[in-house]
Ligand binder design. Sequence first.
Ligand code: ACO
Length: 395
Amino acid sequence: VRSFHKTLYLSNNQNYSPGLVGVIASESSICTVGTGEGLNYRGYNVMDFAEHSSFEEIAFLLIHGHLPNKKELDLYVSKMASHRELQKPLKTILEQLPNTSNPMDILRTVASTMGCFEPECDNASLHKSKNNQWESADKLIASFGPALLYWHHFHQNGIRITTTTLPQDTIAQNFLKLLKQTQEPDEDMVHAVDKTLILYAEHDLAASTFAARVTTSTSSDLFSAVTTAIGTLRGPLHGGANEAAYKLISQFSDPDQAEEGVMKMIKDKEIIMGFGHRVYKKGDPRSAIVKKMAKALSEKINTQESKDLFKIAERIEKVMYREKKLLTNLDFYASVVYHLCNIPTSFFTPIFVIARTSGWAAHVIEQREDNVLMRPLSNYVGPDPSSTEFRPLLQ
Ligand code: ACO
């Protein structure tokens, strides 16, 4: 049966590419991953951003299309701060959700719920009105951290936290203040979280961004596109890899044990999380930046645990290169950075959501500019219709 249909359909469909490997599905002026020329957001080198910018500048650039000047940036930071006050119905829903939920399911629900209470536009004008897309994107980015941490503290500590902090606080500052319920989070940790947000903000047609564009291509709304994208990011082959990478690293108590364990995993043909990339075959340019931050944090914290964690990670990196010629992606050392910032492991991928919503929104806006419904074909390999006879159960 399979061979019959391969003959019938493959001859008309020579471009079949499982996993869409190598397929160019849209034109984009947002990010340069596919060009192999280094990583740029709207033409600017991301390495410069990681050195000199805050995540808010990058979110503004991606969503609003140009780098903000000082006045625009200050306004943007305080506007984002004003969106941190959660609406009462959203808080009620967060209180009702189980304390055992996966935090990614919480954020997926937050995106969907916000689409109910503050829709981009009414259904009748969905495909025409784009007026609220920028505002809706900003609201989502600003609300995700506060909503997640409201849910967390309500269920873990039995308190209803105030989600607003100072109007000049960045998203990284607000996140760490709310998480730790302190007015003075460690500055190096704020810096580290802010930099990872920049690095996670955008990455061309990664699976979640592609999913967001597919949803948008049906003339659907931004909240639906972001909800779709969160569901796609959740898996360990994509955003979930930062949590999976930490689980891998943390099972070992010293570098020698890590080497032995990873050698066994390689022998058993297991996938090692935080390594490899669909596009970057010569290394992820973001990786060196997070590795440097992980090293600096482990030295600053200067406990046996922090130093061991970094050494174990480095040994796994060495073994993977020696044995498989595979290099770390952003997720591997980002997981070390987040752990050293005392962030619970199940919040690693939600932080990725906060960052990447800026990239998803940029792609939703771009897709709408020149939309074509995304509707690929499959290569049918099922039963031969001419040899299949239907006999109704009810005569
Ligand atoms: N561990 C072990 N082997 C690997 C890994 C890995 N992490 N990554 C790739 N390989 C192997 C593959 O099994 C394959 O081996 P084979 O040829 O013997 O079958 C070979 O390397 C080539 O891999 P590809 O098929 O070219 O990789 P692909 O492009 O399909 O997959 C992916 C990329 C999914 C990211 C893969 O590298 C992987 O599963 N990595 C682990 C998960 C991960 O870290 N994801 C995060 C991605 S980055 C991000 O979301 C920020």
